[in-house]
Write a protein that binds this ligand. Sequence first.
Ligand code: GDP
Length: 298
Amino acid sequence: APAPEAPKGFLNRLLGRNSAAPVVRRELDDDMLEQLEELLIASDMGVDTALRVTANIAEGRYGKKVSVQEIKELLAQEIARIMEPVARPLPLYPKTPQVVLVVGVNGSGKTTTIGKLASQFKAAGKHVVIAAGDTFRAAAVEQLQVWGDRAGVPVLTAPEGSDPASLAFDAMTRAQAEGADLLMIDTAGRLQNRQDLMEELAKIVRVIRKKDPDAPHNTLLVLDATTGQNAISQTETFQKLADVSGLVMTKLDGTAKGGVLVALADKFGLPIHAIGVGEQIDDLAPFDPEEFAAALTG
Ligand code: GDP
């Protein structure tokens, strides 16, 4: 069963009896620790991470008097500490074109994220090319073209149902010929047939390596924060399908499930390159651990 949604600022509910007075101190006992664990699990932090974070907070403080305010601060510190090592923007390499393969299940926000990234890099003066590699979804290709137009970046497409690897090869050829800085390749997200998807991704990689043995330089996995713990299983799956090098977490606006990011950082240690905070072209932000921890703990 899915965990119950924790409202934003969920820690305000901790110590319900004293919630009107966050500075009132109470003994840090088993009851309080259990409440804390439950709240963290409800935020989708995952049981293992929630237990460890709670244990760290209890260490040296068990049986002593603490206030909700102090617990919040300690929790924010714990979370920021877990998140700091993974907060890293997409690295840019001197060798161009840098090839970024973008993977993730359909609906996770791949198309939108590619559009937002393209816009950011374009604004930074980079020459960007996009390849609409999900050739089986006409709607995805159309959508990517809309984003490309918005960002002022060319989108290479191929007829519906054609070989994505062949499109990727053409895109590499064009990106190299144009001296592009960045080539972003969208891919299919049909997890229903993993074997097909694995072969498709492997073929794309094989083909672009004919043009550059170091490509792809990044394999970005796009995850939807609102799916909570599913983001964990998706990461496991995509690590088997591709050589995932970093994450973008979308839809962090208006979800109480953001705790899954802590679980991801704790479990996989993959860099979080950016977060999606809305549907508009500018709604992609660098991941800031302290801001995130403050928002999560309310
Ligand atoms: P794809 O199938 O993985 O390419 O997913 P799309 O890019 O088409 O995104 C699926 C839906 O999620 C669309 O309605 C997007 O507008 C929406 N979306 C993507 N990123 C975000 C985000 O960061 N916040 C919000 N609120 N919506 C997003």
